[in-house]
Ligand binder design. Structure first.
Ligand SMILES: [Zn+2]
Length: 347
């Protein structure tokens, strides 16, 4: 399967943090042909193992499977679903979104409703409507009807966005954070020949709510090197200052030097940069982002694990849909493959 098709399948699948069943099944199916062994741990992380030489370093390659979304918090007497946010969601992007409520009886379609502008007071129009003042309308006639449709407190809610190819090399879709990391992980494993390192290709759970899956996966694996494949903010859109987000789409994967939770180990950074330059792969260095990735948790496992991040620049992350360049994904895969091949020279 081509990289774009893998990304399309992963992006269209659902897996709000803590409810990763659908995406996990897909990850397992797609990883399995490219690893020697695959297992699922107690919290639902998927770990595919490709065995290398005995004394060579072990590498944990991680991408998170979960996505941001909502969770049903209350069903009103009138049959509207009030919700909590799962992961970092900006209230401004919620209004009028088409969503899917994942119930025991199957998925139901709905929309995030609010008061129509026609009846808003002037000062109300200027304000962001907070999530607590919004609700999901699934077309139920009352509370009982909503329950009959299957809705229950705790149901996961995802954005209803379908994957699309746009422009000459770009794609648009849901949850590229971090389904593009998952796609890059699968493709990296597919392209890696027999290498010296033993690789633990890990799809982690619950990253968006505090890097929880990576924490326990890294504890089991305790690798010699940790690499997270994730997305970062592409700041090449109107209104964004270069100092705020200098990374751009189509300029290659971004290598984190430091973020809120990780200062990339100098040896890992050198491994990435040398591997990129040796293979003429474009890359961008990034620092100062006010977020972090699974690599920050891998780094702090037991006695410590030298770790780093290969990020794919992505526009509009943590909104219902984002955009990225397939060329950047291709270069991220090339860099991951080259770095894993070179790792024994550095560790
Ligand atoms: Zn992410």
């Amino acid at each position: 399967m081509k990289l774009i098709d893998v990304l399309e399948k992963l992006s269209n699948a659902c897996g709000v943090a803590g409810r990763e069943e659908e995406i996990r099944d897909l990850m397992k199916k797609m990883l399995e042909p490219n690893v020697d062994e695959i297992r699922e741990d107690k919290l639902g992380n998927v770990i595919g193992i490709k065995k290398g030489k005995k004394d060579a370093p072990t590498v944990m390659l991680a991408a998170h499977m979960d996505e941001i979304g909502l969770m049903v918090k209350n069903i009103t007497k009138e049959g509207f679903l009030q919700f909590a946010k799962i992961g970092g969601i900006d209230d401004r992007i919620l209004i009028a979104q088409r969503i899917i409520v994942h119930t025991d009886k199957g998925p139901i379609a709905g929309i995030v409703g609010s008061k129509p502008p026609h009846i808003l007071k002037e000062e109300e129009k200027k304000k962001v409507i907070e999530a607590d003042d919004l609700f999901i309308d699934v077309g139920a006639s009352d509370q009982k009807d909503a329950q009959k449709m299957g809705a229950r407190v705790g149901d996961a809610v995802s954005f209803d966005i379908k994957f699309a190819k746009v422009g000459k090399d770009a794609v648009l879709g849901k949850a590229f954070d971090d389904r593009v990391g998952c796609a890059a992980l699968i493709e990296t494993m597919r392209r890696l020949p027999k290498v010296e390192c033993t690789i633990y290709a890990t799809g982690t759970v619950q990253e968006e709510v505090g890097l929880r899956g990576a924490t326990i996966a890294a504890f089991q694996i305790y690798p010699d090197v940790g690499i997270a494949l994730d997305v970062t903010v592409a700041g090449d859109t109107p209104g964004v200052k270069e100092v705020e987000a200098p990374v751009k789409m189509r300029k290659g994967p971004a290598l984190t030097v430091a973020d809120l939770g990780l200062i990339t180990h100098p040896k890992v950074l050198k491994l990435f940069i040398d591997s990129a330059e040796e293979n003429k792969i474009p890359y961008q260095l990034e620092t100062g982002m006010r977020g972090t990735t699974d690599a920050s948790k891998i780094a702090l496992t037991k006695e410590g694990v030298p770790s780093g991040v290969i990020s794919i620049p992505s526009r509009y992350i943590h909104s219902p849909a984002s955009m990225l360049s397939l060329e950047d994904v291709e270069n991220a895969v090339k860099l991951a493959v080259a770095s894993i091949k070179n790792a024994p020279k550095y560790f």
